[in-house]
Design a binder for this molecule. Sequence first.
Ligand SMILES: NC(=O)c1ccc[n+]([C@@H]2O[C@H](COP(=O)([O-])OP(=O)(O)OC[C@H]3O[C@@H](n4cnc5c(N)ncnc54)[C@H](OP(=O)(O)O)[C@@H]3O)[C@@H](O)[C@H]2O)c1
Length: 253
Amino acid sequence: MRFLLLYLLYAVALSVGLAIAGLRTRRSAAPAASAAPGAARKSRQRVLVFGATGATGREVVRQGLERGHRVTAFVRNPAKLTQSHPDLTVITGNVHDRSAVLAAMKEQDAVISVLGHHAYYALGQPQTRATQNILRAVESERVGRFVCQTSLGIGDSAGRLGLLYTLFVIPTVLALYFWDKTGQERAIARSRVDWVIVRPAALINAPARGRWKAGDVGSFLVMARVSRADVASFLLDQLESDRYLRSTPGVCW
Ligand SMILES: NC(=O)c1ccc[n+]([C@@H]2O[C@H](COP(=O)([O-])OP(=O)(O)OC[C@H]3O[C@@H](n4cnc5c(N)ncnc54)[C@H](OP(=O)(O)O)[C@@H]3O)[C@@H](O)[C@H]2O)c1
């Protein structure tokens, strides 16, 4: 009983810590469709994608090319990228290699990061360090936009992945991983770049619905979900619209 109480105290304290450490840029929830209103930037862009071989990244690359962008995929292992397209360039590198990141950034209009890893107990904040590398290159090359995927559950979305995540999954498995994401968000907010941080609900590999809720979304009780295909669409919308500029919209079905 005492152990359970201590555990609950730890889980709640962690949630409060993630709320304080992450960003707070509250926006009201609004239904959105893939053609976001208020388009502010050119529709055909040179887009550099970090995490392009990942489950979300492959969707970002595929849909980015479909929208007519010229996409550069920054990957550790090109064999994992099965797509080919005349407007797709593949650059091999590690995001922790500053010079490789800087070289890839030349002549890009925008950057999307959907980086992630599964070493959930890793120390040393790899996501924050990777993001700092990207930010340095974005600033130095004066790239017009940085769209970065983190997660619901931090900053002003703390608790919004639902009770299962708040009381069990995050405290036992994702505490360091999510703490690292708060560092990522703070590094982005401190930068001089035009950024949008996108915080999805639990991701699933399901077909796109073409509809989602964006902004102040998620639930304190039940786990909200969204497909990677719809998140990819929302990420790409942020290249063309200023609606969520310098804010942290959540996205879920
Ligand atoms: N799963 C969820 O329910 C959920 C919910 C909300 C947010 N998120 C977040 O969304 C993001 C994307 O998720 P996902 O499931 O699409 O991720 P994923 O499939 O694990 O893909 C991660 C990508 O990052 C790349 N990467 C990792 N370290 C790298 C490095 N040092 N240099 C270059 N590339 C590197 C990986 O490359 P390799 O292919 O070479 O490994 C891969 O392409 C993650 O940050 C995740 O935490 C996930």
